[in-house]
Write a protein that binds this ligand. Structure first.
Ligand SMILES: [Ca+2]
Length: 441
């Protein structure tokens, strides 16, 4: 608007100026030139031509005029051109728009009847309808998008939940299935269908044909001396020797671990704990693979016997005991506690050895993120983060100082009490053994 205003103003002024110049050029000059007078007064009145009676032609000469024009002045021509161009564009657009409308009407009505409608408002109405149609389509699309977004959110939530089904959950599942199957197999043990051989046939069989799965089978055939026996808990795997305790609490116990005198080092590798080490008549760890086979073969209970250096003897039993295979890192499953030594395997929410993996100084499967409990406590055990029990700790012949890496049972009477000089108590003897849950002595 400003540019247009300037243009109009300037054009009017130029026109006036141009006229003056032209008039001046066409004028014949027959007056007397008086240079000094012209210099003295820039505004001059002169007579031009001849007088007719008293009437004479005169002319006024004005001084040269200088006007400051705005800078945009030089762009006026450009602007005018642009305006012209824009006008043409608008015109062509208007035309094409009209064509468009006609085409649209044509396409909607192949007969071209729309063009023949008497009302001149028809194309406009059609346009309005079209807009409404488009609007409703857009609304539809946006609601569909909203639904899609909600679905994406739901799916995202499900995906997050699925992520929680990690290896631990799968292992839990497999373990529980194995435990269930073990229970079913055990309950079927000894139960025969009508096709089974009768008792006479069984009794007439030579004794060497029987498979002794664990010490309770030897007890069942009358063995009463605590000794080394050969067992075959799983016919698909080779047999191996175990020490049987035929005296404690009715006998029939297969011993898994024994500490007596510190003659065997229990700070061992994964391989050692897997295969077993020590002397079956003295101190030893039977071996995780063997423990797995024994506990898989029948539903087992666990008994732990402890004796401290004051001669106090206490015990703990668990009504279920199962150790998973190596693939599942020999995970521990223990049932309900009973006994006198206290339930150190389920000490608290934060110290719970049940369902923990086996850890050795060279294999960290514990729940302590900043290090290896097995390395710190010199042992192979089902560490949590880290322990309330550790029967494979170092054997100390007396009270000791420093890291509590000795044989430990956290619920032992007075074990957590402050000792003079920071001394820690240890155990004189420890023993772990198993027997079938449905053992009959
Ligand atoms: Ca760790």
């Amino acid at each position: 608007m400003k540019a247009a205003h300037w243009y109009r103003l300037s054009a009017a002024f130029l026109a006036a100026y141009g006229f003056l110049v032209v008039a001046h050029n066409e004028t014949e000059t027959d007056e007397i030139q008086d240079e000094t007078a012209r210099d003295a007064c820039p505004l001059r009145l002169e007579r031009r031509g001849r007088c007719e009676g008293e009437e004479c032609p005169y002319q006024v000469s004005l001084p040269p005029l200088t006007l400051q024009l705005p800078k945009q002045f030089s762009r006026i021509e450009e602007v005018v051109k642009e305006v012209q161009n824009l006008k043409e564009i608008i015109h062509s657009l208007r035309k094409s728009c009209q064509d468009c409308k006609l085409q649209a009407d044509d396409s909607r009505d192949p007969g071209g009847n729309a063009l023949l409608l008497p009302s001149t408002r028809a194309p406009e109405l059609a346009g309005d309808n079209r807009v409404e149609e488009l609007e409703s389509q857009v609304n539809e699309l946006s609601s569909e998008l909203k639904n899609a977004k909600e679905e994406i959110n739901i799916l995202q939530g499900r995906l997050e939940k699925l992520n929680l089904v990690n290896m631990n959950n799968i292992e839990n599942y497999v373990d529980s299935k194995v435990a269930n199957l073990t229970f079913v197999v055990n309950s079927l043990d000894g139960k025969c269908s009508s096709k089974c051989p009768n008792q006479e046939q069984i009794q007439s069989r030579p004794v060497q044909h029987l498979i002794y799965k664990d010490c309770s089978d030897y007890y069942a055939i009358g063995k009463r001396s605590s000794e080394i026996y050969r067992v075959t808990p799983d016919p698909k795997n080779s047999s191996f020797e175990v020490f049987c305790d035929m005296e404690t609490m009715g006998g029939g116990w297969t011993v898994l671990q024994a500490r007596l005198d510190g003659s065997v080092n229990f700070t061992r590798t994964w391989r050692d704990y897997k295969a077993g080490f020590g002397n079956l008549r003295r101190e030893f760890w039977l071996g995780n693979d063997k423990i797995h086979l024994l506990t898989k073969s029948k539903e087992m209970i666990l008994r732990i016997d402890l004796e401290d250096f004051n001669g106090v003897k206490l015990y703990a039993t668990y009504d279920q005991f199962y150790v998973a295979n190596e693939f599942l890192k020999y995970r521990l499953h223990v049932g309900n506690y009973n006994g006198t030594a206290g339930d150190a395997l389920h000490y608290s929410k934060h110290y719970n050895h049940n369902l923990k993996f086996f850890t050795t100084p060279d294999r960290d499967n514990d729940r302590y993120p900043s290090g290896n409990c097995g390395l710190y406590y010199s042992s192979g055990w089902w560490f949590d983060a880290c322990l309330s029990a550790n029967l494979n700790g170092k054997y100390y012949h007396q009270k000791y100082k420093g890291v509590r890496n000795g044989i430990f049972w956290g619920t032992w009477p007075g074990i957590s009490d402050a000792q003079t000089g920071g001394y820690k108590s240890s155990f004189k003897e420890a023993k772990m053994m198993i027997r079938p849950k449905h053992f009959k002595s």
